[in-house]
Design a protein around this ligand. Structure first.
Ligand code: SF4
Length: 357
């Protein structure tokens, strides 16, 4: 990848796969969509086909030459005549964007400052309720641009980031750094930052409030009298402070994450718990209707990075002292605050607003 980072790309060949039944492979179609979404499709100089069952097809030959087993992939040539292969569409997008010295920016938000009326909100909620996550993410970023942030805490939120990037946006992303996350999670945050070429705002608790709380209660009071007080200092106040700078935010909440607390998660709602840049704050949950299986299928199909803790039995991952692995058959929320009742297993980030959908 070094040549694509330091030099100008002068020629790009895309290798697509054609299936035995004559169809284009789904991943290749998605890759084309990503490039078109970023306005970079015109930078593809040539398309060649790797035809299933035809080892002598040009694409198969290129795959053999570069040691690549699966299309889509790209053969790029730089201004020094060096050729190399790029297997990730997202990496190609970043390289092309750099090579033309054009950063892919979010478009200016259209009417982002004009608050939606209650009727508009209700109509939107109805319309988006039946929409695919990609369309919901696209809508939000077209409507509010960088004034709509993705709040990242788990695998679902990285799916939102991936959807946003595939739709052609550079989304605003923030993450609450409670100071108690797993080392693996901190490394993972940085991996996502470099994978997508994004800035990720790490939001810290207020230092004075945190010091006062720890001085009074120590580091593990949540095991004695519940997690609400610690979460209020380490999560809720920093979130409140952060959301005051946005018109809208997106989360990866799903209905099936918690039968006790999330069964009614709508696709779009007015957030009654927090205030935005100009007062009302819109909250979107584009994955509301997806199951855990659908999220993980998307992650696998699209090579989305995920936290290595998931491979050690962790499903819903929060702070290290308050998260544990679950066994097959246990619900994912049983790994969070396991010493408390199921109905208490929210940290105050997702206060319920009007249920528009
Ligand atoms: S999840 Fe646990 S450690 Fe993290 S803020 Fe809440 S109570 Fe504190």
């Amino acid at each position: 990848m070094q040549a694509t980072q330091a030099t100008q790309l002068t020629h790009v060949t895309m290798v697509k796969k054609r299936l035995g039944n004559g169809d284009d492979c789904r991943k290749c179609v998605q890759a084309e969509g990503v490039l078109r979404g970023h306005g970079l499709w015109e930078r593809i100089d040539r398309i060649v086909w790797a035809v299933e069952g035809e080892p002598h097809s040009e694409g198969m030959q290129l795959g053999a030459r570069f040691g690549v087993a699966a299309a889509p992939f790209f053969v790029v040539r730089d201004d020094r005549g060096h050729e190399q292969v790029v297997e990730s569409t997202i990496k190609l997008v970043r390289s092309l964007a750099r090579s033309v010295e054009r950063v892919v920016e979010s478009p200016p938000p259209s009417a982002a400052d004009s608050p939606l009326t209650a009727v508009e909100l209700a109509e939107l909620a109805l319309k988006l309720a039946a929409s695919e996550p990609l369309d919901i993410v696209r809508f939000a970023l077209e409507r509010w641009g960088s004034d709509c942030a993705i709040a990242w805490s788990g695998a679902e939120d990285v799916v939102l980031i991936d959807l946003a990037v595939r739709a052609g946006f550079t989304p605003s992303v923030f993450c609450l750094d409670t100071g108690r996350l797993h080392p693996e999670t901190y490394r993972f945050i940085d991996k996502v930052r470099t994978h997508y070429g994004l800035s990720i705002d790490l939001i810290s608790p207020d230092a004075r409030a945190l010091q006062a709380f720890v001085r009074k209660k120590g580091l593990f009071s949540f095991y004695e009298d519940g997690h609400q007080e610690c979460c209020a200092v380490r999560k809720v106040e920093p979130l409140r402070r952060t959301l005051a700078g946005y018109h809208a935010w997106m989360t990866g909440q799903r209905k099936d994450q918690s039968p006790a607390t999330r069964a009614q998660v709508p696709v779009l709602q007015l957030d009654a718990g927090f205030t935005g840049k100009s007062g009302a704050l819109v909250k979107l949950n584009p994955l509301s209707h997806w199951s855990s299986a659908q999220v993980w299928k998307y992650i696998r199909d699209n090579d989305v990075p995920y936290n290595p803790l998931h491979e050690r039995g962790f499903v819903s991952i929060g702070c290290e002292p308050c998260t544990r692995a679950v066994t097959p058959g246990q619900h994912e929320r049983e790994g969070r605050w396991w010493w408390e009742a199921a109905t208490q297993k929210e940290c105050g980030l997702h206060c319920v607003g009007p249920k528009l959908v």
